[in-house]
Design a protein around this ligand. Sequence first.
Ligand SMILES: *[C@@H]1O[C@H](CO)[C@@H](O)[C@H](O)[C@H]1NC(C)=O
Ligand SMILES: *[C@@H]1O[C@H](CO)[C@@H](O)[C@H](O)[C@H]1NC(C)=O
Length: 305
Amino acid sequence: MNAWIFVVLAALAAGASAQSCSCETMKWATCDGNPCTCYVLVGNNERQNLNCSTMVPKCFLMKAEMYRARKGLDTRSGGKPVESAFVDNDGIYDPECESDGKFKAKQCNNTEECWCVNSAGVRRTDKEDKNIKCEKLVETYWVRLQLTHKKLSTPVKNTDIKTAIADAINKRYGGFNSALIEKVEYIPDERLVLVDVKKTIGDRQNDLTQMAYYMEKDVKVLPLFKSQDKFAPVVEGQKMEMENILVYYVDEEAPTFTMKNLTGGIIAVIVVVVLAVIAGLLIVFFATRRNRKYNKAQQREMDNM
Ligand SMILES: *[C@@H]1O[C@H](CO)[C@@H](O)[C@H](O)[C@H]1NC(C)=O
Ligand SMILES: *[C@@H]1O[C@H](CO)[C@@H](O)[C@H](O)[C@H]1NC(C)=O
């Protein structure tokens, strides 16, 4: 009798400790042991250990997702709504990661065709053969999240939407530094929320790509978090659920692919930075030239007098 009670208690204790040993930031993780360690499978018998007290690097997440897709495991925990449903796998490949979770600058997707990526793992050159040189991993310092929200029962005003969005992002994505949320623009008629997240060029402390990837999954598929709560900023007392997202990446150096290959994917890389800089320089150049002419003319008039 006593032995039975002991067995039951032991089972309960084991259950309790197994429950506390889990991974909040990655629903596919397997965890056990004391201290608790977690991993995801990224290949046959190939484990990637995770630090579940922070968000998981995008490179590891993509590896895990590719592995699950290859194994025919569901990459969405809700499953298909109907048999004809399909997922948008554009942009997904089996990446090579550094041990700290950064992308290797050169990626080949297990093929002979290779390309260079930015710190978000997004292709920024043409695809070439495997001799392509990618000198370094170019940092993405600016992402624009173009969100569309579901219809609201009462329309909201533009007023405190920035605070609401910044709070929601900070709370959900591992205490994301909301000071980096530079601008939030709201176009009620189109249900469009534009969020510009930008860090200073050269900043290697903050990472924008994890947050953007978790959010992309939150909106397009299902959350990567263990908890399947939706991303829904509270604006003027209403939950604003999102129904679509488009992510633009801006790198510290403009990408080098030829325009013909720039067919619109779900992921686009903006090339505007360089153009904006050139335009700025031209304006400064012409402005100073005009000033100089003006000053000279004035000088001559003075001399004449
Ligand atoms: C896990 O991440 C947290 C938060 O960034 C950090 O403080 C901790 O040292 C990390 N743990 C390991 C084992 O790397
Ligand atoms: C990578 O390879 C997989 C199959 O091996 C394919 O489905 C996917 O489209 C490829 N991705 C890219 C970006 O080439």
